[in-house]
Design a protein around this ligand. Structure first.
Ligand SMILES: Nc1ncnc2c1ncn2[C@@H]1O[C@H](COP(=O)(O)OP(=O)(O)OP(=O)(O)O)[C@@H](O)[C@H]1O
Length: 369
């Protein structure tokens, strides 16, 4: 016989228990009142179809699901700054974005990931650049395959690991070349699987290296994944800065409303290897600072254009791993600023949504063994 407990357990299993307001069972009829994630009609329809299908396959056709789905109150939508369902074990999800391609976003994401790991944080990096995955190369893990592990009866992908960072990228899967022709929905489905069907374990930070630009994929990721904050990468060139405005505007759209933690200016100045103290502002000086001031967001760091950064990326060992180097110091400072900005942001969130890192604790470099 179908019991209320059984249905409650099932609702938990399919991760909709928090949407259910009322559950009654009368004979073979199961009455459920739920609140949809958003007031959009298609959201309600999607939820209804998914519930019907899930109930039919779990309990059979004899059980009749009587579903009533209501829209969330406007205040609930306003407050729910963190989109999507929380991912157990992952404290902060940071989207690394750029308004345009080729500004070095993936290089910055890789260096930030190894720097946070060096500081003692547990770090994951998801390469969401479906159309040009670069994480396998930058972490010298080309050709590796994530294995499948069973966790609580569920098969999950085990991220590939190097330099203390757990990683997933479409580049680790066979058929990655086909991803180039994927349309938005297929790409975001693959990404969702890499986020939710993976054994990330406990993470302080999951960095998501978004594809360049502001397209479909961005919108679906940032709507479905509970992104804590966004970091925008730009070069000082004017054209890149104009694109940054677009990128920032995307995160600040009313329906998205993801706090922008700050701007990282990449290739801010050129420093030749033989003159490490010289700075040449070949793309212009202070552009990022003016823009950041204008938009009310902080500049988290200025990363120089130096040959060793590119070389390190190409050989699969992010430059920030070079002990006692200037570049490692610059990245440490940038990562600290990001954590500080995050702490501020977490303080300002309603408690139920606040993420765990609320102090700078853990932010000092790990003691050397
Ligand atoms: N600060 C830097 N100094 C020197 N070279 C850099 C720096 N940042 C990035 N590069 C180099 O610039 C190239 C482009 O970088 P990257 O692939 O990270 O850009 P991207 O913005 O992620 O590109 P896309 O998003 O279009 O794939 C790479 O060869 C990288 O090594």
């Amino acid at each position: 016989m179908l019991t209320k407990e059984k249905v409650q357990d099932f609702l938990k299993e399919i991760e909709v228990d928090d949407l259910v307001n009322n559950l009654q069972i009368v004979g073979n009829d199961v009455y459920i009142d739920m609140t949809a994630h958003s007031p959009a009609m298609h959201e309600k329809k999607k939820l209804e179809a998914a519930m019907k299908q899930a109930f039919a396959s779990e309990f059979g056709e004899d059980i009749h699901l009587k579903l009533k789905i209501v829209s969330p109150e406007p205040s609930e939508i306003q407050q729910s700054q963190i989109k999507g369902k929380q991912i157990p074990g992952i404290q902060n999800i940071i989207a690394i974005a750029s308004g345009k391609g080729g500004v070095g976003k993936s290089t910055v994401a890789a260096n930030m990931a190894v720097t946070l790991a060096k500081m003692g944080f547990k770090v994951g990096l998801l390469d969401a650049d479906i159309y040009g995955p670069s994480v396998p190369t930058m972490f010298d893990t080309e050709g590796q395959k994530p294995i499948s592990v069973e966790v609580n009866g569920k098969n999950l992908m085990k991220p590939v690991e190097n330099y203390g960072v757990k990683m997933l990228s479409i580049g680790y899967f066979s058929g990655a070349n086909q991803a180039v022709v994927w349309r938005g929905p297929m790409a975001s489905k693959a990404l969702n699987q890499m986020i939710r069907d993976a054994n990330w374990g406990e993470l302080d930070f999951l960095l998501i290296d978004l594809p360049p630009g502001t397209g479909d994929i961005h919108l679906s990721i940032i709507q479905e994944v509970p992104v804590t904050g966004a970091v925008i990468v730009s070069t000082p060139q004017h054209v890149a800065l104009a694109d940054v405005r677009k990128g920032i505007a995307m995160f600040q759209m009313e329906s998205i409303n993801i706090p922008v933690l700050g701007l990282i200016e990449n290739m801010a100045y050129f420093t030749p290897e033989e003159l490490p103290d010289n700075k040449y502002y070949i793309f212009g000086n202070q552009g990022a600072q003016y823009l950041a001031d204008d938009l009310g967001i902080p500049v988290l760091g200025e990363i120089p254009l130096i040959q060793s950064i590119r070389e390190a990326g190409d050989v699969g060992r992010p430059a920030a791993l070079q002990e006692n180097s200037k570049i490692a110091d610059i990245y440490t400072e940038t990562a600290r600023n990001m954590v500080e900005s995050l702490v501020e942001r977490n303080k300002n969130l309603p408690p139920t949504e606040a993420v765990k890192i609320t102090t700078m604790a853990g932010c000092s470099p790990k003691a050397k063994k």
